[in-house]
Design a protein around this ligand. Structure first.
Ligand code: PXL
Length: 286
């Protein structure tokens, strides 16, 4: 069986189970052949509890890597884009899509820039505007409620969310990317959380939900988009990929709570990788 050749563009938060540290094992478990283009090297992520993090911007190295790949004639069937370290990297990502993506490549963009109604440190309105442009070049965009609010210039609403409210956000997002959107952090009630997906080819918005567990779990957004991307690269439908990602992330959160580990370091995703692998095999045979 031919493996898709895929590229992950995001940071390495060295000692946390987030971003590149989860994307690689997830994509590999889902049978994708993976290359990486790291955007920055940090000691940890930039969220609360880690105020003194180190940050090495890899912009110039990214350019050098791409120049070498160009000489080699490297190309990718799928690209997953996550946390970028600077404005300048937007142009590099556009270059990757232009020069290294095959004609039918699937470009999955997680527009990582904020959560809980606020932008992460280092991001501003100029970055949001650049992100809107990147949405236009992507096959699937996976914003959380905060990122969607910034991208569509609608007020952030913590939830619970009504069906109409979610459908409107998805419709506005689709005006930017004109293909497919998966909105995360959707809360139909105080007890449930999950995702809603929409496509320009299908009027109907599809949803998948799980139980809410109290607390904040860093890295679940990165985990979710890695699962969706990994399955889409394997030709699963958007609906199946979204349902699987919601179910897997719930299992991982249960595991993390049971382990009593400090959730600021990310989630315990490894133990349930077999569940994901088996689910992917089922989807292939459907
Ligand atoms: O999980 C998103 C993320 C990725 N990378 C870095 C971050 C964050 C969220 O805070 O700080 C460096």
């Amino acid at each position: 069986m031919n493996q898709p050749k895929v590229l992950v563009i995001q940071d390495i938060s060295a000692s946390c189970q987030i971003s590149m540290n989860v994307a690689l094992p997830i994509l590999s478990s889902l049978n994708n052949s993976t290359s990486i283009l790291p955007t920055a090297l940090l000691s940890t992520h930039t969220g609360s509890g880690f105020e003194d993090y180190t940050f090495l911007d890899l912009t110039s190295e990214m350019e050098r890597i791409l120049d070498h790949w160009r000489q080699l004639g490297v190309s990718f069937d799928g690209v997953l884009i996550g946390y970028l370290g600077s404005h300048a990297q937007m142009n590099i990502v556009k270059r990757v899509i232009r020069e290294f993506a095959t004609d039918n490549a699937i470009i999955v963009l997680d527009p990582v820039m904020g959560d809980h109604g606020k932008l992460y440190p280092g991001f501003d309105e100029k970055y949001v505007q650049q992100m809107r442009e990147l949405c236009q070049l992507s096959t699937v965009v996976i914003p959380n409620m905060t990122e969607a609010a910034y991208l569509t210039q609608t007020p952030y609403h913590k939830g619970p969310h009504t069906k109409q409210e979610i459908e409107l956000v998805i419709q506005k997002m689709l005006e930017w990317n004109r293909q497919q959107v998966v909105l995360t952090g959707v809360m139909p009630s105080e007890q449930e959380i999950g995702a809603a997906s929409g496509s320009v080819h299908d009027e109907q918005v599809k949803t998948a939900f799980s139980r809410i567990y109290p607390g904040h779990f860093d890295g679940t957004g990165d985990l979710f988009s890695s699962v969706v991307a990994g399955l889409l690269f394997q030709k699963a439908t958007l609906e199946a990929a979204t349902e699987t990602a919601v179910a897997y992330v719930e299992k991982v959160i249960q595991r993390t709570v049971a382990s009593k580990s400090d959730p600021k370091y990310g989630v315990q995703f490894e133990t349930d990788l077999l569940y994901l692998i088996e689910k992917a095999a089922q989807l292939r045979n459907e």
